[in-house]
Write a protein that binds this ligand. Structure first.
Ligand code: F0G
Length: 457
């Protein structure tokens, strides 16, 4: 008999979590104005709000914490991080930042000016926010297949070469760089193939543009390449990672994902010139160039995390758990983005609650239902997150209206996944009885999803 699959780690420390009653949860979510960001964490049983900064560090990472060098300038921790970035990712220069959006802020301060156009594959919300904040425009060039959740395509994060070349041809003078997000969070944690990255590199060279990778989940991307792209089965994750990054000039990293730390990020680049320019903003916004918003101990844990996050056994355990949840939901007939992504399962709320109008925020409504059903916290990736159009101030309704269940790394067991799956099945069985969605009471002008307040529509 073939041995079953099991995790590539064992558990050394645990953190109790508390179950609650439906009655308690109904009260708490109302007090939170139907915004899941407003809940206290101890009001949540299984927290799938994000996989960002919520992972469990290893014993080796905790050991590195003790070895952190907190010197203001030239700390050994900075050099540890520099070595890991050079070895794993192949970049010579880097700047630490406190997290991914800080890397975007610093880098974009150098590269973007008013009126610019930044093509890419479904830019993440903070990326888009930092582009629009500078009165520039993010143009989505993701392949159309990504927007049909029923279609199974191995690389739904891919950039459409025709869309990209069209914008390069028509607006080339306004484009400072192309940004590729690996994996593509907004389209469902979907990977980008090496072939596609090489195509982007080719077009960038043809039009004399830089290529930036938004790399939060780069190693999950490499895992999918190994599994799905022809010619990569026998390569190691690290070899694939290097081949991916060979197509980029610069990368921004939210290390809270694939480097499995609770806080941290960086920008890595190939030239001293860009490093010098970005250093000015890094010092102003983040901190001196050898710590940039991070403590020495956190830089140590991040360096260790870059090695662990690119080990095949770790990635297999991680991505198979996400797949396990997805498969259980599919067995129940629940509509979701296919194939299942690297860090999360994305429920198609338009198909789950088709009788609710889009103006009543289907995915947010579903997320509230799931919380009340079982104390599980997901997050809306739909019209709420898409914000209003900066010019017309009209609501933007993206092609996909999703509820994301993001799985923290090395935190929950498959028993937890079973609870989530059955909770959603119960809601799916009674979906016709959900007659009311939500309406917004108050909202911020940008990135409103964090603080918006709602009432029942
Ligand atoms: N890029 C991508 C693709 C991301 O998913 C995120 C964050 C960022 C950049 C920004 O990084 O949070 O460290 O400032 N994503 C989190 C999420 C918040 O829940 O998907 P950050």
């Amino acid at each position: 008999m073939e041995l079953p699959f099991a995790e590539s780690y064992k558990i050394k420390m645990v953190e109790p979590i508390r179950k609650s009653t439906r009655q308690e949860r109904e009260k708490w979510i109302k007090e939170a104005n139907y915004n899941l960001f407003g809940l206290k964490s101890d009001q949540v049983f299984i927290d799938l709000l994000t996989d960002s900064g919520t992972g469990a560090m290893s014993d080796r990472q905790w050991s590195e914490i003790m070895l952190g060098d907190e010197s203001y300038a030239g700390a050994s921790s900075y050099f540890k991080m520099k070595d890991a970035i050079r070895e794993v990712l192949g970049f010579e220069y880097f700047l630490p930042t406190h997290q991914g959006r800080a890397a975007e802020n610093v880098l974009f301060s150098v590269l973007i000016k008013e009126g610019d156009i930044i093509p890419g594959n479904s830019h993440f919300d903070t990326t888009k926010g930092h582009i629009e904040f500078r009165k520039a425009t993010a143009v989505d060039c993701t392949i159309d297949e990504a927007f049909d959740t029923t279609l199974s395509h191995p690389f739904k994060g891919n950039v459409d070469p025709i869309k990209l070349e069209n914008i390069l041809r028509s607006s080339g003078d306004k484009i400072p760089f192309i940004i590729v997000t690996v994996t593509c969070n907004s389209s469902g944690g979907q990977p980008v193939s090496v072939e596609n990255l090489k195509m982007v590199r080719h077009l960038a060279d043809k039009y004399g543009k830089m290529v930036v990778f938004d790399s939060a989940r780069f190693s999950e991307n490499a895992y999918f390449i190994k599994l799905r792209e022809k010619g990569y089965q026998d390569k190691t994750i690290r070899e694939i990672v290097r081949e991916m990054f060979d197509c980029a000039d610069v990368m921004t990293m939210s290390a809270k994902k694939d480097a499995i730390v609770n806080m941290g990020g960086f920008i890595a680049m190939r030239t001293k010139e860009l490093h010098s320019k970005a250093s000015v903003y890094n010092i102003m916004f983040e901190g001196y160039i050898t710590y940039g918003g991070m403590s020495g101990r956190d830089m140590n844990a991040l360096a260790q995390g870059l090695y662990e996050g690119t080990e095949y056994d770790y990635l297999e355990t991680r991505i198979r758990q996400v797949e396990y949840l997805g498969m259980r939901l599919m067995d129940f007939g629940i509509p979701l983005q296919q194939p299942i992504g690297g860090h999360a399962v994305f429920i198609d709320a338009k198909r789950f609650l088709p009788h609710l109008p889009k103006e009543e925020f289907q995915a947010q409504t579903l997320a509230v239902e799931l919380y009340v059903e079982a104390g599980v916290r997901g997050v809306e990736i739909g019209a709420l997150l898409a914000d209003r159009d900066p010019v017309t101030r009209e609501n933007r309704y993206p092609a996909l209206e999703l509820m994301r269940l993001a799985i923290p790394r090395r935190v929950y067991t498959n028993n937890h996944m079973d609870v989530v799956a059955v909770a959603l099945k119960n809601i799916y069985d009674r979906r016709d009885t959900i007659r009311k969605g939500l309406k917004i009471l108050t909202e911020a002008p940008i990135m409103r999803h964090f603080t918006a307040t709602f009432d029942l529509a």
